[in-house]
Design a protein around this ligand. Structure first.
Ligand code: NAG
Ligand code: NAG
Ligand code: NAG
Length: 239
């Protein structure tokens, strides 16, 4: 009993030492994200500026950890697969779309999809991302005017080859594709970041059913007037 005591103490000391060591060795990630939505109407661009003040780029690259942005796109919005496939092919934006995107569907018939954007490790200090997206047509309302579509905040996910706890802090585990090829699923850690923006709602013009008959009658009348004018000019030149 007495001979075992020092061994036990030694074990405690070693355990303490390694835990402190492991704790202080975790990478403290300090990331802020700014978001801007450009343009009006149906075609928009989300611009994110992702800035990392810690760790320095070389330490981050050496860790071989990866970052990705996960955006859950609400039914009123879609990312056009052909458009982003081109950006992905030219490696301007490495991304994967999870879920089927029906580009024809109006907002009330559409389903959600999720976009994963894989960030380039070598530029961790400052990464700017431009994601083109489109608003769906809203069901026409008697009142017309504008519909509102929520644009959610993206989640920032991290993955490290050795252990998820390589990055300090608690974070809920999330299953997501490892990279843009989406051939494997990895377990990522959902990180907190400083958001220099608020969750926003985008305004979409809504077809106004009230105006519809008036608009078609005016269009028809203008069309007739045009025809009559052309015909009269033509017959004048013949005379
Ligand atoms: C990441 O950025 C570096 C430096 O800008 C560039 O050389 C490299 O090709 C980029 N990697 C990818 C996968 O786009
Ligand atoms: C991006 O490119 C990879 C191949 O490099 C491909 O597997 C993936 O499907 C592409 N993603 C999109 C959204 O086109
Ligand atoms: C990640 O955490 C944020 C903030 O806690 C939360 O709003 C978001 O839904 C989480 N994302 C995932 C994919 O769990």
């Amino acid at each position: 009993m007495i001979t075992r005591m020092p061994l036990f103490l030694l074990f405690l000391i070693l355990k303490q030492y390694y835990c402190v060591q492991a704790d202080s060795e975790c990478l403290k990630l300090d990331i802020s994200i700014t978001q801007k939505v450009e343009h009006e109407g149906f075609h928009r661009e989300i611009r994110w500026l992702i800035e990392t003040t810690s760790p320095p780029s070389d330490i981050w690259v050496a860790s071989a950890c990866k970052l990705s942005l996960q955006l859950k796109v609400s039914p009123g919005i879609y990312v056009y697969p052909d458009e982003v496939a081109e950006l992905n092919r030219t490696r301007k934006l490495l991304l994967h779309i999870d879920g089927h995107v029906d580009v024809e569907a109006p907002a009330h018939e559409a389903t959600e999809h999720t976009v994963y954007i894989y960030l380039n490790n070598s530029n961790i200090g400052r990464i700017s991302i431009v994601l083109p997206m489109h608003l769906r047509y809203q069901r026409g309302q008697i009142t017309g005017g504008y519909g509102k579509v929520p644009l959610r905040k993206p989640s920032l996910l991290s993955w490290c080859p050795d252990s998820l706890d390589r990055i300090c802090g608690k974070g809920v585990k999330v299953e997501a594709p490892c990279d843009e090829t989406a051939t494997r699923v990895c377990v990522w850690k959902n990180l907190t970041y400083q958001a220099h923006f608020d969750e926003v709602e985008l305004f979409v013009p809504v077809g106004d059913l009230d105006d519809y008959p008036l608009v078609s009658i005016v269009t028809l009348l203008l069309g007739c007037a045009g025809c009559i004018y052309i015909l009269s000019v033509l017959s004048m030149t013949h005379i």
